[in-house]
Design a protein. Structure first.
Length: 106
């Protein structure tokens, strides 16, 4: 099943990506958009470069943030907000269809 992910890049351009269910947000963005300095550690929750801001309505749909993600966001991400997540930690599923994320500044 394909899941729609709306991505706003660092320049403010919005792109809709259709990607297989089970793909992480990080992998979807890397595969379809290949932004510079994004997802550098390869999805290991270690570098914070796949930091995205999730729209508030969509943020509520996501699974809870786990401790290692909280720690990486605090230590590695640039200016995390209450709606920050690491793209490598969110697998797309049908209940997340059509969510919108903004790639954080690098």
């Amino acid at each position: 099943m394909l899941i729609r992910l709306n991505v706003i890049d660092r320049k403010g351009k919005k792109t809709a990506i259709d990607i297989e269910e089970g793909t992480t947000i990080r992998d979807a963005i890397e595969e379809k958009l290949s932004p510079d300095n994004y997802g550098v550690c390869g999805g290991n929750c270690a570098c914070g470069t796949c930091h995205v801001h999730v729209t508030p309505n969509d943020f509520a749909k996501l699974k809870a943030v786990e401790e290692d993600e909280i720690s990486t966001l605090k230590e590695e991400a640039i200016k995390p907000t209450t709606h920050s997540r690491l793209g490598c930690q969110i697998e797309l599923k049908k209940e997340y269809n059509n969510i919108t994320v903004t790639i954080a500044p690098d």
